[in-house]
Design a protein around this ligand. Structure first.
Ligand code: PPE
Length: 306
């Protein structure tokens, strides 16, 4: 499905028409994948639109940029404000927000330093990432034949465009074989993450997720789920997870801004638990959606009202 157009895109400090937000084909980013970006959701609440963990997403954008020696020519507060302005201008309540900073048009060659850094914020309506029924029924996934990024090659703590070439291999392979998504292992063979999601498993009432040592993006939904799980009294452990422990887990689920909390019903055609959303996953979904949709107390100050 093509992106549902909204009216305006924030482009280097100005709001321009959706169709006018263009760059040159010889921009550095087109050739070398030199972008850092974020993805977050704005939710509709009884008190109006609310961005989920806006500040944390903006901070991660600057972290990604720092790793790649990229100076973003705006202050964090300016970009946070620009996100809110862009949502307001487009008159959207619930939407997905994509801020991206990239190396633009200047010289061509691997060294990005001569190219300007450009910043764009786009917002649009985005439905459920892994299909409309995924949050309830769960998805069928495979273990990818591709590994996630090896440490000391592409830093996984940075959310950068180039990392998504690896994600594309994982995703296309999964789709070609009829699965909704792939789970990649790290280069030591332990569970890492999906092409665009972190992963959790539940066994005997305890929750586990791979640590940042397993080449995962430090997901903001991952962090939120850990906080919510602990506040519900679950013990959450981050540690290396062998592939086969997923098969024998009681529940497995993905987390991500786009994927939210999506249960995994089967892996490699092995049924996980009851083969449907499990009780812990459901409790976490209820806690999560309670906060983001404004029905529960926002104890962690996660919402920024538009
Ligand atoms: N790992 C990867 C590789 C990843 O891309 C995401 C987000 C996550 C984990 C979860 O991170 P967080 O959103 O902070 O909880 N993937 C984004 C992009 C998806 C896309 O298709 O584009 C997202 O969910 O917005």
């Amino acid at each position: 499905m093509p992106i549902p157009k909204s009216d305006k895109i924030w482009f280097n400090g100005e709001l321009v028409g959706w169709d006018d937000a263009k760059i040159h084909v010889l921009s550095h980013v087109v050739h070398y994948g030199s972008s850092v970006f974020e993805g977050m959701r704005c939710y509709e609440t009884p008190k109006g639109g609310a961005c989920f963990r806006l500040k944390d997403h903006i901070n991660r954008l600057y972290d990604s940029a720092k790793i790649y020696r990229m100076d973003i020519p705006f202050e964090r507060d300016e970009l946070s404000q620009a996100v809110l302005d862009t949502i307001r201008t487009n008159d959207l309540k619930a939407c997905y927000v994509r801020p991206i900073a990239f190396r633009g048009y200047g010289e061509l060659g691997v060294n990005p330093a001569p190219c300007p850094v450009e910043v764009v914020i786009a917002v649009w309506e985005w439905g459920k990432y892994l299909g409309p029924e995924a949050l309830e029924k769960g998805v069928s996934v495979r273990i990818s034949s591709w590994n996630r990024l090896a440490p000391n090659t592409m830093p996984s703590l940075a959310k950068v465009g180039a990392n998504y070439m690896n994600s594309q291999l994982i995703k296309m392979e999964a789709l070609a074989d009829g699965y909704a998504e792939g789970i990649a292992l790290d280069t030591s063979g332990y569970v890492s993450e999906g092409s665009g999601e972190n992963i959790f498993m539940v066994k005997n009432g305890a929750i586990y997720t791979p640590s940042t040592g397993s080449s995962v993006l430090p997901g903001i939904t991952r962090h939120s789920v850990i906080s919510l799980a602990e506040s519900l009294g679950y013990r959450v452990t981050t540690r290396p997870i062998p592939r086969e422990s997923l098969y024998i887990a009681d529940e497995v689920f993905f987390t991500g801004s786009a994927a939210e909390i999506t249960p995994i019903a089967e892996i490699d055609h092995i049924q996980i638990g009851s083969g449907a959303r499990g009780p812990v996953t459901e409790a976490l979904q209820n806690a999560f959606f309670g906060v983001v949709e404004g029905h529960a107390d926002d104890n962690y100050n996660w919402l920024t009202y538009v």
